[in-house]
Design a protein around this ligand. Structure first.
Ligand SMILES: NC(=O)c1ccc[n+]([C@@H]2O[C@H](COP(=O)([O-])OP(=O)(O)OC[C@H]3O[C@@H](n4cnc5c(N)ncnc54)[C@H](O)[C@@H]3O)[C@@H](O)[C@H]2O)c1
Length: 1616
């Protein structure tokens, strides 16, 4: 055998871990020699097997002698690590007659190691085995330590054993074939081990990421690395990293093999990481979840005051360098559908079952610094602490800061930190940098200076102090031609460019190369390079001119006269200044190009150079004394001070000082004072002192003591130009500053004395957000009034007690907004700061410091909406309240639809044209005439920006049709689609043209409308995220519509319903999802198999009765002109859109959009993937609720669809028609997992060959549903033999209907058939329903409900129960086990209440119950629930019949003051009617009624036809008095006279008579005679509507309205 160099690591007293490169022959040699056996079995997975089994085979063949060498290959991936997987290997071993002396070799990743190890542990009570890990994770973690396990549906690794391998062979050459993501996955464990144990190792990991990656990315040819002499430096590094990491783990395992204490340490990051993994697996890998877990657990340690922020920052940066996610908001995580379930409570719940816990207490490994832990084991941590770290939001508990008088330093200034680091590195001697702000820039500069051999760095005090050993400016070209990688660290790139010119020649030909990431390669560096080149330095651009990467010759800096264009960045100037002392000749730096930018930063550099011993002289004009832009820098070497205390960031310092001011306590900031170079250092003197604080400022310290709480003075006028960033802090103080300002500050313009007018801060509009606007909006939530000024704002102080509590502050991802409002939170109760992490930009540990250093308690708050909307039709909140923007051709109906949408969402409607006219005080048409189109477009774009900024939430904004004409406006719209919906309102162009013919208010186009339309159509499509089809036309494809023309054109009801469904769905306010998808319920969908749906529209409602959704088989749609084409077919997007739209106007039932391919049993061509996804995206745009996506489409397209699906849900489906699908096979399980990853719902379809296949299916479903993260699953067997599976399937069972032309699939049953079968199988017991009341003999209710039960195949019965009172009979009925529900009518609507356990909100408000529903409590016991559907019947009747011209009725009249009128008033209130008139013959009972509805504006009417205060005539009239009590005869006595003036409203309206008999009551007769455009509604119609609702409440099923109403009308007309 060829010579091999291995590095051995010992574990449990044996040197059994052997590490090296290209070890296969060595492994086989060692195993056959030292582990003699009759049989060697190598187990691997297919990925690894294909790559490496042949090599093992060859080596064994050469050495095995008499012994057998067997191989067994399993499928890759976690699913193999199961009971079944284990059994299969065992069967293989038994079949091959393997005995106790067998040696098993596990070749592969952790899956193979864990699985095979467990087999070895139990086979023949334990056989010898060898680990040959091939992933990095397996090398450094899973193969070391002897832990073996398999997964069960209840969780991972729950069953296993400790079983030590004989050898662990680490062959790092295997890593060359490992996918990069898997490599990073393993690096998480390597970083973890270094973080808990070895700071030196950690430092090398953090600085050498690029090299380590290089080691696996460059293939080693000719077995390079097998011997020391052939090992490249990169290989050396990789091996030492791996061996180092293993060494630590081996050491820990040796001390504590069975994981009783110390071994727990290797679980750093795992307590939280595992919980995250449980939710995100398998989409995210173990190491990726642990990476996030480590950062969060480090934050827990920081929160406990144990770990410094520097350490948290280093850990985070190091993980990022290896491409690992570091927070849950990483896009790789947040884009996953499962990420929605990452709630704090869920994570805590999962952590409960962590093996490390002691009892209920959770344990976490707490770091105390990089390389050490707080305890030699995991530490108990309170749930509250973990919850705080995990929460996205926080709350400051108001009180007196308990640490007062506080002494603290705030984080170091970023600019000073960067400069100090470079100065100390270039200086002589050792300098201890304190309070350094550790950032990407400092980290990158440290790495680079180490590479340049220019300085050494060490951390002290657990990371609080950076010890810099300066190299006095001696620098070398990095070894081995290594490039210096700067990532995207901008300051570092600028500073280091000049630093690299200081490098002196060593050997010829070498140059220094600095490079960065893609973004960095676009950032300019040209002016600096020009200046250095002109000075004689040789610098070349390696890629684009003017940008990194640069190659710099090591020739030293020449010096003397350097000219630099300084109008772009002061950092170029600082870069040259800082390096200038090391030039060959003294430097004179002349800045050219006029205006020098950011002079204060140049002054800062010069001042700091002075502290380090070099004095720069700025020249001045000898005549005028004016300072010139010329600097003289002497030659020299920086002399490092022993210690350099980096000044705090002055803007940050304003927050603790402001807390002292507002809470009346004392705070000292220890390293910022009057000598500070930062403008914001003046805040204490210039803002806090005049507000009434005591301020003592020395050169280096600032102390503030606030006046007693509530005693702050307003500021009057304050110019904050020198300290703009501090204005937010000043604003929150001003909000509670009520005492008058000092006399010299008082505003002389008559302003209120509580005014603080802040000016000079216009630049704050273009910071992280528009900060002026942000402060105005957020202060308004507290009830604080403000006024926006051109360059600032006015804040009017209010007494603290008057500020609103419980405010939730939105931070616009701006650290300063968050910190400023936490100041207010220290005195105002329950103030929630929504995005706590935005402080990371400048003060990552602000919340911890608030608690630990200032002494105010901070609590975590879970905002349910942070991770997006949840499933089922639960209303969702804030995140989905982003305003809706409407675009579309003029005349497409944006205003009409927009107003309806605003009313259903209860949001504000804004019309951009109206806004325009208000702003410019001139009509749009006149503006264009006066200023031309281009001026108009510009002004319009401005308005777009303003509208989006000012009305970003809870508005429906309708824009002008031409808004898409300019590229800027299109960009704004496109960008907005990331935040909220942009909806294109589409209307037939012919209709638009005819509509526009009548319109004059807006400017003429000057070209044909059709041309305008053609030009804009692609722009509308490009800018919108949704399309709403304003469907006014009639689809004309078939004559069938003509038969029933009332159903052909959509009534207004359908427009209102569709607007409500669409906008509630896309905004997530009420996603239109099927509630019956919930566990324990049954749901169904109807498959529509028509090539053209329109002929079936009149019957859709009846066909869909009972079901929860309708499936449109898009692959079966075929435009009539293509009916006779045969074979696979792709319907056009337009045709599909038309079809969906037509359907939408007949039903609000959720739709399922299915494109089934030929190979999966449909008609869509198998390879038309592009077309399929175009259709899917159309579905998303149309707000379709469910999209069926076959998992065989490409991953990339599917992920893209998922990223854009909004509130639509994905049904991930797999069909196998072959009849060979076995539900208990690995393959089906793999398909299930693949679908589970992608979908919100999983759909698997096979084919049954016999009844038993259905039981196999059922068992499979039960097994999958047992998993914690199970999703709803549709599992069906095709064919007649599979009918049983259709009956037993509980999620979205596909059903057919007798009226359909063909079944969508063989074996399909109707809804009614399935109900009957379920009943016969004992799964749907028959229930009894009743009507309670007296007299009820003529009631229509039994007809109504029994017809519905029968039509749906439900086995229930509805009966009358007429009694004298609510007594024993009724009690017996409602408590009997077969009680299904009851209707309640006069006179028992109130008397029934004492029997009930709970009432709906509506029933409570109306004070009457008409529906009783038995419900199961969580413990299984029954409760009785009372509801009221009368009002819904009335509301629905009004909505259905209201003329289209009436968007919102202004006034409505209710006649009568009995029980029914209560329901009527409630319905009108729900409808949003502003004026409700009430007429009753006896005024006192009307007054009583008014008193019970305090929220409703009810006005009593004394005479019909005369409306209070000359108010508008009603457009809705509801009569609740018996018909016999009314008359059209003016002179009739004892009856109520109905005058014709009731129907005076010119718009027409709707009149309802609640009386059932006679069919034509006097009121309805009058309306028909005199009412123009009045629609009439009979009592029976309302009865039907309320009955449909009642039926739905009892059964959870939509009532078959058509069949029921036909039958009820029939019976009614016979009795009438
Ligand atoms: N026992 C322990 O102490 C312990 C510790 C940590 C993790 N684990 C377990 O380890 C498992 C994860 O291990 P893993 O991350 O190695 O996953 P893995 O075994 O699934 O391997 C990852 C993927 O890489 C492929 N692969 C492996 N080596 C390759 C190579 N050299 N070239 C190309 N492809 C290669 C595999 O086929 C697989 O597709 C989990 O089951 C986890 O529970 C166990």
């Amino acid at each position: 055998m060829a010579h091999v160099d291995v590095r051995k690591v010992s574990i449990l007293g044996k040197e059994s871990i052997h590490c090296g490169f290209h070890l296969i022959s060595y492994i086989v040699e060692t195993v056959t020699k030292t582990l003699p056996s009759s049989t060697y079995v190598l187990v691997t997975d297919t990925n690894v097997g294909n790559l490496y089994v042949p090599a093992f085979q060859t080596e064994f063949d050469a050495r095995k002698g008499q012994a057998r060498f067997l191989t067994y290959v399993v499928a890759p991936g976690e699913t193999s690590k199961s009971r079944e997987g284990k059994a299969e290997i065992e069967d293989f071993l038994l079949l091959n007659k393997c005995t106790r002396d067998t040696v098993i070799l596990a070749l592969g990743g952790g899956v193979i190691g864990d699985l095979v190890g467990f087999v070895a542990a139990t086979f023949m009570r334990g056989v010898r085995f060898v680990q040959i890990p091939t992933t990095l994770l397996a090398m450094v973690d899973s193969s070391v330590g002897g832990k073996t396990a398999i997964d069960t549906p209840h969780g991972k690794n729950l069953i296993g054993a400790f079983w030590q391998p004989e050898y662990i062979f680490i062959d790092a050459a295997f890593l060359e074939t490992l996918p990069a993501r898997e490599f990073s996955n393993g690096m998480a464990e390597v970083i973890k081990t270094a973080a808990i144990w070895d700071e030196k190792e950690f430092a090398s990991l953090e600085s050498r990421a690029a090299e380590i990656f290089a080691a696996i990315q460059t293939p080693s040819v000719n077995f390079a690395g097998r011997t020391e002499s052939t090992r490249s430096p990169a290989q050396q590094l990789l091996l030492s990293v791996i061996a180092g990491s293993i060494g630590v783990k081996a050491h820990i395992v040796t001390i504590d093999e069975r994981e009783t204490g110390l071994r727990n340490l290797v679980n750093f990051g795992h307590t939280i990481g595992h919980a995250i993994e449980a939710v995100l697996t398998p989409a995210m890998l173990h190491g990726e979840c642990v990476a996030v877990g480590m950062v969060l657990e480090a934050e827990v340690a920081r929160q406990l005051g144990v770990l410094s922020q520097v350490a948290v920052g280093r850990l985070t940066r190091c993980l990022k360098a290896y491409n690992l996610p570091v927070s849950l908001s990483d896009p790789r995580i947040s884009s996953l559908p499962t990420a929605r379930s990452l709630s704090v409570s869920k994570l805590l719940d999962i952590m409960k079952i962590d093996k490390k816990n002691s009892g209920p207490q959770k344990k976490i490994v707490i770091l105390s610094r990089i390389g050490a832990t707080y305890e030699p084991k995991a530490t108990v941590v309170a749930d509250k602490v973990i919850a705080k770290t995990l929460s996205e939001a926080v709350k400051v508990v108001p009180g007196t800061p308990s640490k007062s008088p506080i002494r603290m330093a705030t984080p170091g200034s970023k600019s000073i930190s960067n400069r100090a680091l470079l100065l100390a590195a270039l200086g002589t001697g050792t300098c201890r940098l304190k309070n350094l702000l550790h950032s990407d820039d400092t980290q990158v500069m440290m790495n680079a200076l180490v590479e340049l051999q220019g300085a050494k760095f060490d951390w002290e005090d657990g990371g609080e102090t950076l010890v810099v050993n300066g190299g006095a400016g001696a620098l070398s070209v990095p070894r081995d031609g290594k490039e210096i990688y700067l990532g995207n660290a901008g300051t570092a790139a600028r500073f280091l460019t000049t630093v690299c010119t200081l490098v002196q020649t060593q050997s010829s030909g070498q140059r220094t190369v600095i490079t960065g990431n893609a973004r960095m390669k676009q950032r300019p560096i040209g002016p600096l390079v020009d200046a250095l080149r002109a000075n004689g330095s040789s610098i070349e651009y390696l890629e684009s001119q003017g940008c990194l990467p640069l190659s710099i010759a090591p020739a030293g800096l020449k010096g003397a006269h350097i000219q630099l264009a300084a109008s772009v960045s002061s950092q170029y100037v600082s870069s040259i200044l800082l390096c200038a002392p090391y030039a060959a000749e003294p430097v004179t730096l002349e800045l050219t190009g006029g205006q020098v930018i950011s002079q204060p930063y140049i002054d800062m550099t010069i001042a700091m150079m002075k502290t380090f011993g070099i004095e720069v002289v700025r020249e001045s004009d000898p005549q005028t004394g004016k300072l010139l832009d010329v600097y003289r820098i002497p030659k020299g070497v920086y002399r490092n001070p022993v210690e350099y205390n980096i000044e705090s960031d002055a803007s940050s310092a304003t927050y603790p000082l402001a807390i002292a001011a507002i809470t009346g306590t004392t705070c000292t900031i220890t390293n910022i004072g009057s000598a500070s170079l930062q403008g914001d250092a003046r805040f204490a003197k210039e803002v806090l002192e005049p507000m009434g604080c005591k301020v003592i400022q020395t050169e280096t310290e600032t102390t503030v003591t606030g006046p007693p709480v509530g005693q702050l003075r307003a500021l009057g006028l304050v110019d904050m130009e020198p300290m703009t960033d501090a204005f937010l802090t000043a604003s929150v103080l001003a909000a509670v500053a009520t005492r008058p300002p000092l006399p010299e500050r008082t505003l002389q313009d008559g302003s209120n004395p509580n005014t603080t007018r802040i000016i000079g801060i216009a630049n704050q509009r273009v910071k992280e957000c528009n900060r002026i606007k942000a402060m105005i909006d957020e202060l308004a939530k507290f009830g604080v009034e403000t006024l926006e000024l051109d360059d600032g704002l006015e804040v009017y102080g209010k007494p603290i007690e008057e500020l609103k509590q419980g405010v939730s502050v939105h931070c616009y991802d701006d650290h300063r907004v968050a910190m400023a409002f936490s100041v207010l939170g220290s005195i105002i109760k329950e103030t929630i700061i929504e995005e706590k992490r935005c402080v990371e930009k400048t003060w990552p540990n602000w919340w911890d410091d608030l608690e630990n250093k200032i002494g105010l308690e901070v609590e975590g708050v879970e905002l349910s909406f942070i991770h997006g909307a949840a499933s089922a039709s639960r209303p969702t909140d804030d995140s989905s309240r982003a305003s809706v923007v409407l675009i579309g051709m003029r005349g497409s109906g944006k205003t009409f639809i927009g107003k309806l949408a605003a009313s259903t969402l209860r949001w504000q409607f804004v019309d951009a044209d109206a806004y325009f006219e208000q702003k410019h005080q001139i009509g749009v048409r006149e503006f264009v005439q006066k200023n031309g189109w281009s001026a108009f477009r510009e002004a319009e774009t401005e308005i777009l920006k303003e509208l989006l900024e000012q009305n970003g939430r809870e508005h429906v904004i309708s824009l002008g049709g031409g808004i898409v004409e300019t590229p800027t406006a299109r960009d704004i719209l496109k960008a907005y689609t990331q935040k909220g919906p942009v909806v294109h309102i589409v209307r037939e162009i012919d209709e638009v043209i005819s509509y526009l013919g009548e319109e004059t208010a807006r400017p003429g186009y000057g070209e044909p409308v059709i041309d305008v339309f053609k030009r804009r159509a692609p722009w509308f499509a490009e800018c919108c995220s949704y399309e709403f089809v304003n469907y006014t036309g009639v689809l004309t494809s078939s004559g069938a519509l003509a038969e029933n023309d009332t159903k052909a054109a959509p009534s207004l009801l359908s427009v209102r319903d569709e607007v409500s469904r669409f906008f509630n769905h896309i905004t997530g306010q009420r996603p239109n999802l099927a509630p019956n998808l919930a566990k324990g319920k049954r749901s169904y969908f109807l498959c529509l198999t028509y090539p053209d749906i329109t002929p079936a529209l009149p019957y859709v409602q009846d066909m869909a009765a009972g079901v929860d959704a309708i499936e449109v088989r898009v692959d079966l749609l075929r435009s009539p002109k293509d009916f006779d084409k045969l074979g696979p077919y792709v319907p056009s997007t337009n045709y599909v859109t038309e079809q969906i739209t037509a359907l939408r106007h007949k039903t609000s039932v959720p739709l399922i959009f299915t494109v089934r391919t030929v190979s999966q049993g449909g008609q869509f061509p198998d390879h038309s993937e592009k077309e399929a996804f175009e259709l899917f995206f159309t579905a998303v745009r149309l707000g379709v609720e469910y999209i069926d996506v076959e998992i065989s489409w490409s991953e990339k397209n599917i992920q893209d669809l998922i990223a854009h699906k909004g509130h639509s849900q994905i049904i991930a489906s797999w069909h196998d028609w072959s009849g060979n699908m076995h539900w208990d096979s690995k393959l089906v399980e793999a398909k299930y997992h693949a679908a589970h990853d992608i979908g919100d719902i999983v759909k698997l379809v096979g084919k049954a060959n016999g009844l038993e296949d259905n039981f196999a299916l059922h068992n499979f479903v039960l097994r999958m549903q047992a998993a914690r993260d199970a999703k709803p699953i549709i599992a069906i067997n095709m064919g007649v033999e599979g009918q049983m599976s259709r009956i037993l399937n509980s999620t979205f069972s596909p059903v057919t209907h007798p009226l359909l032309p063909s079944k969508a699939a063989p074996g399909q049953l109707s809804f009614a058939q399935i109900q009957t079968a379920l009943h016969l199988l004992g799964q749907l017991p028959a229930k009894k329903f009743y009507l309670f009341g007296n007299p009820i003999a003529h009631s229509m209710s039994p007809t109504l409900h029994n017809t519905a039960f029968e039509a749906l195949g439900l086995p229930h019965k509805y009966e009358l129960l007429q009694t004298e009172a609510v007594g024993e009979e009724i009690k017996t009925a409602v408590t009997s086990p077969d009680f299904g529900g009851a209707s309640v009518t006069i006179p028992f609507k109130r008397d029934i209440m004492p029997l009930l356990d709970a009432l709906s909100e509506d029933a409570e408000a109306i004070g009457a119950v008409n529906t009783v529903i038995p419900r199961k409590r969580e413990d299984g016991s029954l409760m009785l629930y009372g509801d009221n559907t009368d009002w819904r019947g009335i509301l629905q009747s009004i909505r259905r019949s209201l003329p289209q011209s009436i968007l919102q009725p202004e006034a409505a009249l209710v006649i009568g003051a009995g029980g029914t009128s209560r329901a009527a008033i409630y319905a009108l209130w729900k409808l949003g009617v502003k004026n409700v008139y009430l007429f009753n013959r006896t005024r006192t009972s009307a007054e009583t009624l008014v008193a019970t509805f305090p929220e409703v504006h009810i006005k009593l009417v004394d005479e019909l036809g005369v409306w209070p205060n000359d108010g508008p005539a009603p457009t809705v009239i509801v009569s609740t008095v018996p018909a016999s009590a009314t008359s059209l005869d003016r002179f009739a006595t004892d009856t109520l006279y109905l005058p014709a003036s009731l129907f005076a409203a010119s718009t027409g309206g709707v009149v309802i008579d609640m009386a059932y008999k006679p069919a034509e009551t006097p009121l309805l007769a009058l309306a028909m005679n005199v009412g123009k455009n009045w629609r009439t509604v009979m009592g029976v119609e309302v009865l039907l509507e309320q009955g449909y609702d009642q039926f739905h409440l009892w059964t959870g099923r939509h009532c078959p309205k058509g069949i029921v109403s036909d039958r009820v009308w029939q019976v009614y007309s016979m009795s009438a």
